[in-house]
Write a protein that binds this ligand. Structure first.
Ligand SMILES: *[C@@H]1O[C@H](CO)[C@@H](O)[C@H](O)[C@H]1NC(C)=O
Ligand SMILES: *[C@@H]1O[C@H](CO)[C@@H](O)[C@H](O)[C@H]1NC(C)=O
Length: 360
């Protein structure tokens, strides 16, 4: 017990050294000062909330989840775990982040890890409306309810500590472009130029971040956009060069990410005590897509499930004979979402390079 005891009382710098020395997030969980992980966003981090919402955007059936714990489909848009699940494990907060709307879970389960995310949602209310999923403002309402339930469970002081010391992970934005602006169904394309729409979204991101800060959040990881023009579905429907990445979409993602940096720098000044870091996934993912072999992948231009060209949700199902046998060889699981292997790399990079900034 002596070594375990001393682990808890390590000075932060020593604890950090231990953390850096860990071989990967699959190793013994690190003991850090982070008491909980709290997740907002879309399908990149939804661990099953859409199962409890009246939407067609679901993934709680096989082959989704075939590489998850016990091979269980959970509503994650993945063959296995999401980056936030790996982050939770590395922080010693459990193997998975439970979905807040799951009636089989209680506030005890959520005290260390909770997910409010909803596949198909965005920062723009109109995005959530397309497939009738949970708008971001309602994710915040659930968070307010969560704070009340946590106070009842832990008492005021402990709940306040959890809320202010927790790591908040936000991953959202792709759907605002691909399911809303560029799909033309909401009319946003008539109302805004794409540059104006980027500004509109960055403004909504700032409002959201200010709101969760007001509610007690102090350690926030906000995910930038990935090279969304290289998602297999976007290659398939790219009229300019079928099968190629959509360069316009990638340029928009990069431009939006640059605007996000400016906004975040401003918020850091105006919201004292806030550690707000952008999770810069664009280059990491583009590198994996352009040089898959260097990262141990074989295929990056289509997904593992079904033909890999356009299936996701109900079109990616167990009756399709084309699904690949080993998803670890693929960057993408379905036509829109990365594999568990990619999610683990994203989480490992966070643990190795970014987590330290949240521990001072
Ligand atoms: C989104 O909808 C909520 C609830 O109706 C509303 O409070 C909020 O102002 C809306 N946001 C925008 C930007 O329209
Ligand atoms: C994280 O660090 C471990 C140990 O140094 C290393 O094996 C792993 O490749 C790193 N992963 C990333 C994504 O940086």
């Amino acid at each position: 017990m002596a070594s375990r005891f001393s682990f808890f009382f390590f000075p932060i710098s020593a604890a950090l050294l231990c953390l850096r020395a860990l071989p990967s997030s699959a190793a013994e969980p690190a003991r850090t000062s982070i008491p909980a992980i709290i997740v907002f966003g879309d399908s990149t981090v939804d661990t099953g909330n859409n199962n409890f919402v009246k939407t067609v955007l679901r993934s709680n059936f096989k082959p989704y989840g075939r590489d998850f714990i016990a091979g269980k489909p959970t509503g994650r848009f993945c063959n296995g775990r999401l980056a936030t699940d790996f982050m939770a494990e590395a922080l010693g907060l459990g193997e998975e982040v439970p979905a807040y709307l799951d009636p089989a879970r209680s506030i005890q389960d959520f005290a260390k890890a909770v997910c409010f995310a909803s596949a198909g949602t965005g920062m723009d209310n109109a995005t959530a409306g397309v497939l009738n999923v949970i708008p971001l403002w309602r994710e915040v309402e659930y968070f307010k309810q969560y704070r009340r339930r946590l106070r009842q469970l832990l008492g005021g002081d402990a709940a306040r500590r959890t809320i202010s010391e927790a790591l908040y992970v936000v991953s959202i934005g792709t759907n605002d472009f691909l399911e809303n602006y560029y799909l033309l169904v909401t009319g946003r394309f008539k109302q805004f130029t794409v540059s104006e729409f980027e500004d509109f979204l960055v403004g909504l991101a700032a409002e959201f971040l200010t709101e969760i800060y007001r509610l007690g959040a102090r350690k926030v990881l906000f995910t930038g956009l990935s090279p969304m023009g290289c998602l297999p579905l976007e290659r398939t429907i790219n009229w300019i060069g079928i099968g190629e990445c959509n360069d316009e979409y990638n340029a928009v993602a990069a431009e939006y990410n640059a605007k996000l940096e400016v906004m975040v720098n401003e918020l850091r000044v105006s919201l004292p005590g806030l550690t707000l870091i952008i999770n810069r996934v664009y280059n990491l993912l583009l590198e994996m897509i352009q040089n898959p072999a260097q990262h141990g992948f074989e295929t990056a231009d289509r997904g593992c499930c079904a033909t890999g060209l356009l299936e996701m949700g109900y079109l990616c199902n167990e009756f399709n004979p084309h699904t690949c046998p080993d998803a670890d060889k693929y960057v993408f699981w379905d036509a829109f979402h990365p594999t568990q292997k990619v999610n683990q790399i994203v989480a490992d990079r966070f643990i190795n390079h970014t987590l330290a900034e949240f521990l001072d």
